[in-house]
Design a protein. Structure first.
Ligand code: ADP
Length: 638
């Protein structure tokens, strides 16, 4: 048994690696730079966790989503592996404690959000760490050709130069060939090396339906496919409306979006995961990090802005390998809506500057101030206050993020936490001298461990009820102890944060590159175009279209998407169908012909030929000319 398999078994209890995991682990273990392309749920985490455990030192993991980061840290801790996370929203002192622990406490994993990397503080701390591997999750974020470019990822290249002999493992689930190359270049790979698991999902049937009444069609789907599902819609209001509609029709459904409180989201997610709710209607906020194997259908009522996003979301179906459906319901008004969104996604540069200044005023950041500071940010309040269009404001902020002026975190949901700042003896002396605080301190020490070395989560309601005091009173006591530097207490914070990466600038100094603006616009337009093409093109196997988009030109027809199924109705084998198409193409490309002549000249069962020709006419691949001869409208798709 290899040392890696031993680690896999010892810490996770898994007997063997999945496809491509072992190759990645071995390559990283031998010091190579690697890009791993595995689908969501394919087991990317194991590929850096195992080699890091096999080597002395600590593994740095860069990942943009704080919620996922926390999940992973928790998960490792439960396996007895020392791991911690550093992200925006942590105080200076929390970070200091974290880095000290990372350097001197035998920690194996340090998770970092990318905007932390650029800080001088981090650069200083880095020197203290013995880093064995640099793992980059969601690595497509480093490429502006990807669908989620984050400029703070570019800072990773700087860390690389401080860690010249440390291998890098970049991981992503979705990247086009152009992005794959870009990732390796931006991360300064010493040699290019990619391991990719095929994106083919054999048990997932992709279906596109052109329908006017989407809700009615949704009902049909839910009635005919038993089991759990996800319905994706574009906006928060629609999540509620569709869930309500399904409830009225007698189905168990609930809705989910990022605007709900963390407690509600957790509960709804758990209810769905544990099959108390059958259908969850959600915005794209749902699904990240969700690992439910038996999702039988994923229906999109709105077309996502990129095939990367569609593939990720649709791919949440059928993780258990059993048959599942990914259905896109589409009609012409979607295209109109998409074009409108496109315009709003690129507010003029002057508008972006205006929103930057409004934002800075709103957050009370003075000119020349704010660098590396984080501010809690209530987006709805912001747009209400300045009467801004939500889409425009959102995209202006995104643009400022992409230009490296600020970074916007996902929802933080940080619980209250505290640490003791004094040694046990000093604490004891304090307790004796301040009897009023003695009971509180004793209760904290009895209820939680590790408080002298690290920040520990506390539950104020629990402490207050044990002491028989109100939460406000408890809060005052904890604040008082913090002022005396006996403890440091940080109350929970849960709204997203904006971190300024540069000091606030006046308009004349705020530079928004026209070149970036134009190239991003083009990139976005290309992605929309690809998504529209997928929705609008009934002449190709859906799976082939998606796989080709991700660079797999040799993909086979899936035999189960709407296109393949329409063809199976002809009762022909794939080979027969393909031969027939080839022969129709050969004849008509020489010269247009009347139907009877065409059928006669094809060496095939006549009624089958007629059926397929009619089908091709219906699909618009063949058409009648004025003289009643059939002609090709373009290339025939097999
Ligand atoms: P990804 O990051 O690629 O979406 P994860 O790393 O979260 O996927 O892994 C998905 C699930 O698969 C996790 O529950 C993980 O423990 C499990 N898993 C990963 N590798 C293996 C393996 N070799 N054998 C069994 N289960 C595995």
């Amino acid at each position: 048994m290899s040392k890696y398999t031993e680690i896999l078994e010892k810490h996770w209890g898994y007997p063997s690696f999945r496809e491509k995991q072992e190759e990645i682990v071995e390559a990283v273990g031998s010091g190579k730079d690697v890009l791993g392309l595995l689908p969501t749920g394919g087991g990317k985490s194991i590929t850096f966790q195992v080699p890091a455990l096999a080597t002395e030192g600590i593994c740095l993991v860069v990942t943009p989503l704080i919620a996922l980061m926390k999940d992973q840290v928790e998960n490792l801790r439960q396996r007895g592996i020392k791991a911690m996370a550093v992200y925006s929203g942590m105080t200076r002192h929390e970070m200091k404690v974290a880095f000290d622990n990372a350097a001197y406490g035998n920690y194996k994993f340090l998770y970092l959000s990318p905007e932390r990397l650029g800080t001088k503080y981090f650069q200083e701390q880095l020197g203290k760490l013995q880093v064995n591997l640099l793992a980059i999750d969601e690595a497509h974020c480093i490429s502006q050709w990807g669908y989620d470019f984050r400029p703070s990822y570019l800072k990773i290249a700087d860390i690389r130069s401080s860690l010249p002999n440390v291998p890098v493992l970049a991981l992503t689930a979705t990247a086009t060939p152009k992005v794959v190359n870009d990732i390796m270049e931006k991360l300064a790979f010493r040699e290019k090396l990619v391991f990719q698991k095929s994106f083919e999902r054999k048990n997932l049937a992709y279906v596109v339906r052109q329908v006017d009444d989407k809700q009615k069609h949704l009902l049909k789907i839910i009635q005919s496919i038993p089991g759990t599902g996800v319905v994706y819609v574009r906006n928060r209001k629609a999540t509620r409306e569709v869930a309500q509609f399904l409830n009225e029709q007698g189905f168990s459904a609930d809705f989910y979006h990022a605007g709900l409180s963390a407690a509600i989201r957790d509960r709804r997610q758990a209810d769905w995961k544990e099959d108390r709710t059958r259908i969850i209607v959600s915005t794209n906020a749902f699904g990240m990090g969700i690992d439910k194997p038996d999702v039988r259908f994923v229906v999109h009522l709105d077309l996502p802005d990129s095939l990367e996003a569609y593939f990720q979301e649709a791919g949440r179906g059928g993780r258990d390998g059993e048959k599942a459906y990914a259905v896109l319901l589409y009609n012409k008004s979607d295209e109109k809506a998409m074009k409108m969104r496109f315009t709003k996604s690129f507010p003029p540069r002057d508008k972006i500057k205006e929103i930057y200044q409004l934002l800075s005023n709103y957050l009370q950041v003075a000119l020349g101030e704010g660098k590396n500071q984080s501010y809690e940010f209530d987006f709805s309040d912001f747009i209400k206050k300045f009467k801004l269009d939500a889409m425009i404001a959102f995209h202006a902020i995104k643009f400022l993020e992409q230009e490296g002026y600020l970074s916007l975190s996902d929802d933080l949901n940080n619980p209250s936490r505290l640490i003791f700042l004094v040694e046990r003896d000093d604490l004891y002396r304090f307790q004796v001298a301040n009897i009023r605080y003695d009971t509180l301190i004793k209760l904290i020490l009895r209820s939680y461990t590790g408080l002298f070395n690290d920040y520990i989560k506390i539950d104020e309601s629990f402490l207050a009820s044990k002491l028989g005091i109100s939460r406000d009173e408890l809060y005052e006591m904890l604040k008082y102890l913090t002022r005396l530097k006996i403890i440091n207490y940080i109350p929970s914070n849960s709204s997203p944060l904006i971190t300024y990466l540069k000091e606030r600038l006046e308009n004349s100094l705020l530079y928004l590159s026209k070149e970036h603006y134009d190239s991003r616009k083009k990139n976005y337009a290309d992605k929309l175009q690809a998504a529209l093409h997928y929705a609008n093109n009934p002449y190709r196997c859906r799976s082939q279209m998606l796989l080709e988009y991700f660079g797999d030109e040799s993909a086979k027809r899936c035999g189960q998407c709407d296109y393949c199924l329409r063809k199976t109705e002809h009762n022909l084998t794939q080979f027969e169908y393909d031969s027939l198409i080839e022969s129709i193409h050969d004849h008509l490309s020489k010269s247009p012909q009347p139907l009877e002549k065409l059928v006669d000249s094809i060496d095939f069962i006549p009624n089958k030929s007629i059926q397929v020709i009619r089908y091709l006419i219906d699909e618009g691949q063949l058409r009648y000319r004025a003289d009643n001869c059939l002609e090709l409208t373009g290339k025939l798709f097999s």
